[in-house]
Design a binder for this molecule. Structure first.
Ligand SMILES: [Zn+2]
Length: 248
């Protein structure tokens, strides 16, 4: 079973990830290999599987968090309406940010096992993916990719941890998780590890965050879909050693 250090689990180092120039992102080597295989399979079905964001480090998440807390970056309520931080308590701000963004140290993107994906071939030229559920709905621009992934992603070890609203992170049909790695890492990321990571960081709203940490950990880290036995199994088969020099 893969173990990561506390520094790696909370994204305070990037020594557990490798760069993938083909996808302009970084991932843990196990997930990187599987995602490239998934991408090749998607290509045969006419999809150009691309990545919006894969590994993100603690500091990137911290910059997003602090900018939202100070109102320098749009703070939106659940309906997408912009809120004025000056009218809100620190706890209200923290709860609002958490609906859209992970707490630094608590993002699955720190692990290198996660990727937000879209279909570049389906995107009109000049357009950018917005990461909205409507884009991934049946009649959305990425609907065909979404439906292809629902059939094939599991063969490569990927599944959707945010497939339904469990009262924490909203539904994210674009967020793929490499199950064999992520399922080993999830129990390793305890609330204590997150608190430790935040202890030295200049985090806005730190006191409120620390007081809510057990709840944040339960709702935003632990409340995710569990990978099926078949996705864990398929990935095990896919990771069997393959001959090094195969003609491409
Ligand atoms: Zn994501």
């Amino acid at each position: 079973m893969t173990m990561l250090t506390p520094q790696q689990l909370t994204g305070r180092t990037r020594e557990h990830v490798v760069e993938l120039p083909q996808l302009s992102c970084s991932l843990h080597p196990q997930a990187a290999e599987a995602l490239l295989a998934l991408r090749r399979a998607a290509a045969t079905a006419g999809h150009d599987l691309a990545v919006v964001s894969a590994f993100r480090d603690f500091n990137q998440q911290l910059v997003i968090w602090n900018a939202k807390f100070r109102g320098e970056r749009a703070l939106l309520d659940r309906d997408g309406t912009r809120l004025d931080v000056r009218t809100l308590s620190a706890e209200q701000i923290v709860r609002t940010i958490l609906h859209w963004s992970a707490l630094p140290g608590a993002s699955r993107h720190h692990w290198g096992s996660e990727a937000d994906v879209f279909d570049r071939a389906a995107l009109p030229s000049g357009a950018r993916p917005q990461l909205l559920p409507s884009e991934y709905a049946h009649d959305g621009v990425f609907g065909a990719l979404s439906s292809w992934l629902s059939t094939h992603a599991a063969d490569y070890g990927f599944y959707l941890p945010y497939d339904s609203d469990r009262g924490g992170v909203q539904v994210e049909p674009w967020h793929l998780s490499f199950a064999p790695l992520a399922s080993a890492l999830l129990p390793q990321l305890t609330a204590e590890l997150i608190a430790e990571a935040l202890a030295e960081a200049p985090l806005q709203g730190r006191e409120v965050v620390l007081s809510l940490l057990p709840e944040i950990h339960a709702r935003y880290v632990r409340a995710v879909a569990a990978p099926s036995a078949s996705v864990l199994n398929a990935a095990r088969l896919a990771s069997e050693p393959i001959p090094a020099a195969r003609p491409s």
